[in-house]
Write a protein that binds this ligand. Structure first.
Ligand code: ACO
Length: 411
């Protein structure tokens, strides 16, 4: 069944009419001034600015400021925002102990859900969110701590000591340094490859492209949880959980697994045939989108960026050639043409992350760091909205009619 308006007069509760819209295909859950998507045209605007312009001229912190506060920052505003982020980047020392409870091979997204959620125990007084200044502090704190927590998840999984954030490094530099620096080992002249401007700028670009995407599943989850007045860090943890699934942010991890499994261009037709087979659950990961029925503009930008980053770090990456060939074949196939299935943001992002030495199980964590900008922007918007009510969808009941309880011996 697709979306429908259902007459429920006469049914228990006498509700009148309501819409049945599984997957919320055509239901707007809120009004928002943050991000605009035209799926037919392949257009994406953050606060009115085209993603292509932001990707070319802006930085992730500037974009985060734009999403959170509505306008591009003036020079002093950006300086002060970046200083606040640096100030809040450290995590409470006790939180380090929290990581010890996780087995070394725990998935980093599982750790992220737990550790970010636990921030609500450190900042529980923030349940009173009536004060706009306090809301701003909470939002900045969340964005600032995310790279530190993410890098700590990785370091825990490989058994390396945690690295503290540094006040002299930018947002992405800091993250890469916390991920990869090994202070006690001298690896030779190449140890700081991760601070190479191509690595830092490419990561910044990916973060811009992933920063917000209106009412996607994880953002809607954050909004729904926030509508109850729950602690903001717990709401972000709920968003991270929703992002993890392979139909959403987990797709970047799944794409790389799929490309590695395909292995060679000769095997592409076999996987295209599987994707088209209704009896096979396999889908072409990184393809298709609920809103875009045209090329995802973010995928266009990432595809171009692949050329630069691979030339610098991994010139002979066979997976990029394979991905481009797969795209070409799919885009000429009737099945994909009819359903308007194009590469989405995650089709090429994993190839870049791989070139930057980010482990595959950290790909969705990377997405979570970037999407935190959008999550907190939506949280700020919701909290400032005088019309905000608790989110409470209805359902179409399809269970048993009223019946009487029977004792166990009579069943
Ligand atoms: N491979 C093969 N067929 C597909 C694919 C795909 N990747 N995506 C959709 N289809 C087909 C469906 O089987 C369906 O065919 P039918 O009409 O014959 O039944 C039709 O296209 C419509 O698909 P739906 O599942 O109804 O589309 P929906 O909007 O619900 O799902 C989604 C969108 C989840 C993104 C889907 O395209 C998908 O699973 N893609 C692969 C996973 C992925 O890349 N996710 C990342 C999304 S972007 C993001 O979250 C950052």
């Amino acid at each position: 069944l697709g979306p429908a308006v259902i007459d429920v007069r006469g049914l228990p509760g006498k509700l009148g009419y309501f819409s049945y819209d599984p997957g919320f295909v055509s239901t707007a859950s809120c009004r928002s001034a943050i991000t605009y998507i035209d799926g037919d045209e392949g257009t994406l605007l953050y606060r009115g600015y085209p993603i292509e312009q932001l990707a070319r001229h802006s930085s992730f912190l500037e974009v985060a400021y734009l999403l959170m506060f509505g306008e591009l920052p003036k020079h002093e505003e950006l300086q002060s925002f970046a200083a606040d982020i640096r100030q809040e980047a450290m995590i409470h020392e006790t939180l380090r102990k929290f990581f010890e409870g996780f087995h070394y091979d725990a998935h980093p997204m599982a750790m992220m859900v737990g550790v970010v959620g636990s921030l609500s125990a450190f900042y529980h007084s923030e349940l009173d969110m009536g004060d706009p200044h306090q809301r701003r502090v909470s939002a900045i704190r969340m964005l600032a701590k995310m790279p530190t927590i993410a890098a700590a998840c990785y370091r825990h999984s490989v058994g390396l000591p945690f690295v503290y954030p540094r006040a002299d490094l930018g947002y992405c530099e800091n993250f890469l340094n916390m991920m990869f620096s090994v202070p006690s080992l001298h690896l030779g002249g190449d140890e700081a490859w991760y601070l190479d401007p191509v690595a830092v700028d490419t990561l910044d670009l990916l973060f811009i492209l992933h920063a917000d995407h209106e009412q996607n599943a994880s953002t809607s989850t954050v909004r729904l949880a926030s509508s109850t007045g729950a602690n903001p860090y717990a709401c972000i943890a709920a968003g991270i959980a929703a992002l993890w699934g392979p139909a959403h942010g987990g797709a970047n991890e799944a794409v790389l697994g799929m490309l590695e499994e395909i292995g060679t261009p000769e095997r592409i037709p076999e996987y295209i045939a599987r994707a088209k087979d209704r009896n096979d659950p396999f889908r072409l990961m990184g393809f298709g989108h609920r809103v875009y029925k045209n090329y995802d503009p973010r995928a266009q930008i990432i595809r171009k960026a692949c050329h630069d980053v691979l030339a610098r770090f991994s010139p002979n990456e066979p997976l990029f050639e394979l991905a481009m060939r797969l795209e070409e074949i799919a885009l000429h196939d009737e099945y994909f043409i009819e359903r308007r299935l194009y590469p989405n943001v995650d089709f090429y992002s994993g190839i870049i992350y791989k070139a930057l030495n980010i482990p595959v199980n950290m790909f969705t964590v990377m997405f979570a760091i970037a999407r935190t900008a959008g999550w907190v922007a939506h949280w700020l918007e919701l909290k400032a909205d005088p019309e905000q009510r608790i989110g409470r969808p209805r359902q179409l009941y399809v269970g048993a009619p009223r019946r009487d309880y029977r004792p166990i011996e009579q069943r």
